[in-house]
Design a protein around this ligand. Structure first.
Ligand code: HSE
Length: 332
């Protein structure tokens, strides 16, 4: 019996098929590439999904605390879109979710959830949709191709979404690239961080960003580490968002002299990200700089040292049950 048969004719029977997906977090913009550049990070969310008699979402771990456990959970809502797009009735689903990605901190937690739910539901279809269709769906749902592109495809993604079409090209991160993310102890919604942006920009600022963003992509492609700090400068969003994140201008201005290749606000913030060359072993100096600079502005941050995730969303297994979900997560 195919999954399709189960959905249409036998929705009352619990299937043996459970899909488990592992999705990386992401950092968007990388400075000047607003809504256009993203990089996947080795910090993950896991989702298990199977057709069920009654919809339920099992939530595991601190990062999923307080999320809805029924049909109003984002994971279910997104999965339904996949079945609809495939021309099938939305089934009842049993979903499990464990996440390491902090919510509303600028590390793409909602993009990872959307990509994970799309990929899991897609794997349950008798005829899965092409990945480009998933990318378009993800952009329509999340609006930011930089985050969803990175979680879906992995590595560094150069992308646009014009409201209808989404296009992307992947660039593999430089071999020794790593990052230090400083995650503040407060949340900042993307909506609030976009509200402070102006609706139009002086031409010189637009030219500044196009030049820097282009140079940054070229520096990544050609391994020109020494250009990254300069190329990560931005005149489009960070100056306006600075008032929401005390200490940010000082971190961005000083990171390169404390061992970073360059620094930026991660997505809409409030997390800050410093890129580094893993061969340089300046991790301690950079960590102290990030922590102390933010502390001087009254902000407590936790620092995570994360490599880029070269892989995007991954379907781990197509056979199993929820008793093994956390075991599967732990094994990873
Ligand atoms: N590019 C988006 C922004 C990312 O900066 O608003 C949101 O996560």
């Amino acid at each position: 019996m195919t999954t399709h048969d189960r959905i249409d004719k036998n929705a009352g029977t619990l299937p043996e098929t459970t899909v488990v997906v592992k999705v990386p977090a992401s950092t968007a913009n990388l400075g000047p590439g607003f809504d256009s550049l993203g990089m996947a990070l080795e910090l993950y969310t896991w989702i298990a999904m199977s057709i069920a008699e009654k919809t339920v979402v099992h939530l595991h771990g601190e990062q999923t605390e307080g999320l809805p456990d029924g049909k109003d959970n984002l994971l279910y809502e997104v999965a339904v879109k996949v079945f609809e797009r495939a021309g099938l009735a939305a089934p009842e689903l049993e979903i499990s979710n464990y996440s390491e990605i902090p919510l509303t901190r600028g590390l793409g937690s909602s993009a990872a959830a959307i990509v994970g739910a799309l990929a899991a539901a897609n794997a349950l279809l008798p005829e899965p949709l092409p990945v480009e269709e998933l990318f378009r769906l993800a952009c329509t749902l999340e609006h930011h191709p930089d985050n969803v592109g990175a979680s879906l495809f992995g590595g560094i993604v150069v992308a646009y979404w014009d409201g209808t079409e989404a296009r992307h090209i992947g660039v593999q991160p430089l071999e020794h690239l790593e990052s230090f993310v400083a995650i503040p102890d407060f949340e900042l919604s993307t909506r609030k961080a976009r509200e402070v942006l102006p609706q139009s920009l002086p031409l010189k600022d637009a030219v500044f960003n196009i030049g820097h963003s282009n140079l940054l992509v070229a520096a990544f492609c050609s391994g020109r580490y020494e250009l990254i700090a300069d190329a990560m400068q931005d005149a489009l969003h960070q100056p306006y968002r600075a008032r929401l994140i005390p200490g940010m201008p000082e971190v961005l201005a000083g990171a390169a002299s404390h061992g970073a290749l360059g620094a930026a606000l991660s997505g809409a913030g409030p997390t800050l990200i410093a890129l580094a060359d893993a061969r340089e072993e300046q991790g301690e100096e950079l960590t102290d700089f990030l922590k102390n600079t933010m502390a001087e502005h009254g902000i407590d941050v936790s620092i995570r040292r994360l490599k880029p995730s070269r892989e995007g969303v991954r379907v781990l297994t197509l056979a199993g049950n929820h008793r093994t979900f956390m075991e599967t997560v732990r094994k990873e």
